[in-house]
Write a protein that binds this ligand. Structure first.
Ligand code: SF4
Ligand code: SF4
Ligand code: SF4
Length: 293
C-alpha cells in the first residue's frame, strides 16, 4: 500500500506508558540496549539506542505519557541545513538519512526545532541517528511502523496524513470536554507528519521547546546558515589538523615496522640488529613533540 503522506497520530489519552513502542523500535532497527553515556542527562531521553521514547508528564490531573520521536516535518529544517544532502524528505513523507553521504557536520542537529537527531559519539565512525518512520519496512513489506504495530492500546496509529487529521478532528469533536482543541503537528513549523492530540496541553511539557507558531523552519535555518562559513572554515582547519596527526601516526608506525623488518633481516644471530631497530624507533618517538601526536 502506498501512502500519500505516511503519518503517525498519537492520542495521549490512550497511552499507558508501557514502552512497547520503544522496544519494538529498538528491535526493528537493531539498536543496542540503553547505556548511561556521560553525555546523556537522562537514560530515557532520545539517544542512539532510543529513536523514540515515552516521556512521563506530571499534570494537575495526573501523569500523562507522551511519545517523542522525529516529527517528519513537511518542510524539514534538518534537510535544509544539510549541506551534502544526507537527509532527504521523501515524497511519501518520512525524512530519511544516508550515512554514506553524511560528513558529520551536525548542522541538522542545530537546525532541528524539536531537538531530535542524535549523534553516535560512542562509535569509531559516528553518525546521525533518528526515527525514519520505518520507511523501508512500510515501503518494501507493506507493514505499519514497528512501534505502531506493537502498541497494545492503539494510542499510536498509522495512516495517510489527511485521514489521520480527519480522525483527530472527529475525536476532538466527539469529546470536546475531554480534549484540548488542538492537533499538535497540524500547523506548527509548517506542519509535521507526526500528530498528537491530548487532554492536557502538551506544549507545557517543554516537548516543543516553545515552538508554537506556524512558520516553516527552513527560512530561519537559512539565517543561521548565513553565519556558517566562518564556523565551517574553522571546522575544516580542525579536521585538517586531526587528519594530519592521524596520517602522520600511521606513516610513522609503518616506517618503524619497515625499519624493524629490515634490521631483523640483517641482524646477527645474537640479535643486536633487532635491538638497534627498536632503539632507533624509540629515539624517533622521544624526539616527537607531544602536541603533535
Ligand atoms: S523533527 Fe527535526 S529531525 Fe525530524 S524532520 Fe523535523 S527538523 Fe528534521
Ligand atoms: S516509526 Fe519506526 S523508526 Fe520511527 S519510532 Fe516507530 S519503530 Fe522507530
Ligand atoms: S506502546 Fe502504545 S501505550 Fe505503550 S507506551 Fe507506546 S504509545 Fe503508549
Amino acid at each position: 500500500m502506498t501512502y500519500k503522506q505516511m503519518s503517525i497520530l498519537t492520542d495521549v489519552t490512550q497511552c499507558i506508558g508501557c514502552d512497547k513502542c520503544v522496544e519494538a523500535c529498538r528491535e526493528e532497527n537493531d539498536l543496542p540496549p540503553d547505556k548511561p553515556w556521560r553525555w546523556l542527562r537522562d537514560i530515557t531521553d532520545l539517544s542512539t539506542s532510543r529513536w523514540t521514547t515515552v516521556m512521563r508528564v506530571k499534570g494537575d490531573q495526573g501523569d500523562r505519557f507522551v511519545r517523542r520521536h522525529c516529527r517528519h516535518c513537511l518542510e524539514p529544517a534538518c534537510v535544509e541545513a544539510c549541506i551534502v544532502g544526507a537527509l532527504k524528505k521523501t515524497p511519501e513523507g518520512p525524512v530519511i538519512y544516508d550515512r554514506d553521504i553524511c560528513i558529520g557536520c551536525r548542522y541538522c542537529m542545530i537546525a532541528c526545532p524539536f531537538e531530535i537527531p542524535r549523534y553516535s559519539w560512542e562509535d569509531t565512525v559516528p553518525y546521525v541517528q533518528k526515527c525514519d518512520l520505518c520507511y523501508d519496512r512500510v515501503q518494501s513489506e507493506g507493514k505499519p511502523p514497528a512501534c505502531v504495530e506493537a502498541c497494545p492500546s492503539e494510542a499510536t496509529i498509522f495512516g495517510e496524513r489527511e485521514e489521520l487529521l480527519e480522525e483527530a478532528r472527529r475525536r476532538l469533536a466527539a469529546e470536546p470536554q475531554k480534549y484540548v482543541q488542538r492537533i499538535r503537528g497540524e500547523r506548527e513549523v509548517g506542519g509535521t507528519s507526526v500528530l498528537h492530540i491530548s487532554d492536557v496541553d502538551i506544549n507545557l511539557t517543554d516537548l516543543d521547546t516553545a515552538i508554537s507558531d506556524e512558520t516553516p523552519m527552513p527560512g530561519r535555518t537559512f539565517k543561521v546558515l548565513q553565519h556558517m562559513p566562518t564556523v565551517f572554515v574553522q571546522m575544516a582547519v580542525v579536521m585538517g589538523g586531526l587528519f594530519w596527526v592521524i596520517e602522520r601516526r600511521e606513516r610513522l608506525a609503518s616506517e618503524r615496522a619497515a625499519q624493524a623488518q629490515k634490521e631483523e633481516d640483517a641482524a646477527s644471530p645474537d640479535g643486536e640488529g633487532v635491538d638497534a631497530a627498536a632503539d632507533s624507533a624509540d629515539s624517533e618517538d622521544s624526539n616527537t613533540p607531544k602536541g603533535a601526536e
